[in-house]
Design a protein around this ligand. Structure first.
Ligand code: COI
Length: 355
């Protein structure tokens, strides 16, 4: 906490007074950027390890025009959230998993990465320094965005000589404008998201801009998001632009296996565990699109998206509808997950970290 205390400006109210909230319309958060006060920065050079980072006011950063991240997309990002409990505590959810996922991604993108402890410490500092931006219970969460970028200059294609780890935060509500209403997904047939041997399995920043074309096209036709098929056969379900997907048939819940083209979602992994605890049979495997179309229920998972029901899927101009509503499988998994994250349900798994 000493890092933050030293940042307080004379005459400004302390960011620590418990009853203080940032001046925001907490009832209409949505998922747009409303930067919280402080960000965290840590730098290191190639062949070095990250050392001490620090908090500073959220502000623009300076980058060389020839920074590797700007020219060649050398970067990975993470997404995690801070939750406010009814009794005013702040919880993080499995931040160590974000840390190890960033390490794996960094390795794939030839970058040094913070240690798990450094990463978790940075996320804790961000949550604490920006405590007044953590929404009141039931209104949303503080979304924390760690970034790791090749910030040093390059011209020829090669890894950057210098790296920057950054973390900033923004309060968020529902990811989709539909709120918590069921999503209408569109199965994309022209573009693919990832190919075997590519970087689809890690959170490379370069995985996200190429999906915009299909995403914007689908949104303009009234869909919530795009569901991608595998790039080889164009017939197996992969993932949605912003989240993983699950299909339910009877007592069996299935999701595409992570084989290098599917993002290893932390919500995905947690939901699999919760579903198994409830006695569902959970299968990670290849899911042909025909099987998806014939599912009883479909839902999506992600840090930003949480657990979202899918009401319809449109494939080859045919729209198929799925059961949603209060007694569906997604609802049971959603309430258990969010219950643990917000301290309403006792965390027997050691998933939450109090800051
Ligand atoms: C997240 O769920 O945290 C993500 O990183 C997905 C992003 C498209 C918002």
């Amino acid at each position: 906490t000493s890092h933050v205390a030293s940042l307080q400006q004379p005459g400004k109210p302390s960011v620590f007074s418990d009853d203080e909230y940032a001046d925001l319309d907490w009832d209409n958060l949505g998922f747009s950027i409303k930067p919280a006060d402080y960000m965290y920065t840590m730098k290191c050079s190639k062949h070095e390890n990250f050392k001490q980072g620090q908090l500073s006011r959220y502000a623009n950063i300076e980058l060389s025009p020839s920074a590797a991240v700007l020219n060649y997309g050398q970067g990975v990002y993470e997404g995690t959230k801070a939750y406010r409990t009814e009794d005013g505590r702040i919880l993080l959810f499995r931040p160590d998993l974000n840390a190890s996922r960033m390490k794996i991604g960094a390795e794939r993108m030839c970058m040094p990465s913070p240690s798990v402890d450094q990463f978790v410490d940075a996320v804790k500092q961000i949550a604490l320094a920006n405590k007044r931006w953590v929404p009141p219970p039931g209104k949303g969460t503080l979304y924390i965005r760690p970034l790791l970028i090749g910030s040093g200059p390059v011209l020829g294609l090669g890894p950057a000589p210098e790296y920057t780890f950054l973390a900033y935060a923004s309060p968020v509500g529902n990811y989709f404008k539909e709120g918590s209403a069921p999503l209408n997904l569109y199965i994309e047939e022209e573009f693919v998201r990832a190919a075997p041997g590519g970087a689809g399995g890690v959170k490379a920043i370069s995985n996200y801009a190429p999906v915009l074309k299909a995403l914007i096209r689908a949104k303009s036709r009234g869909f919530s998001d795009v569901l991608y098929l595998d790039s080889v056969n164009r017939k197996n379900v992969e993932e949605v632009s912003s989240c993983n997907i699950f299909v339910v048939k009877g007592n069996v819940i299935s999701t595409p296996a992570t084989n290098g083209t599917i993002l290893e979602g932390i919500t995905r992994r947690s939901v699999i565990e919760i579903a198994r605890d409830y006695g569902y049979q959970v299968e990670e495997r290849v899911i042909p699109v025909d099987e998806l179309i014939n599912a009883d229920q479909v839902f999506c998972t992600g840090t930003a998206v949480v657990v979202a029901p899918v009401g319809s899927i449109t494939y080859q101009n045919k729209r198929v509808e799925f059961k949603t509503g209060s007694r569906s499988v997604y609802q049971e998994l959603y309430s258990t997950l969010v219950g643990i994250q917000t301290g309403v349900i006792e965390d027997k798994k050691g998933w939450t970290v109090e800051v």
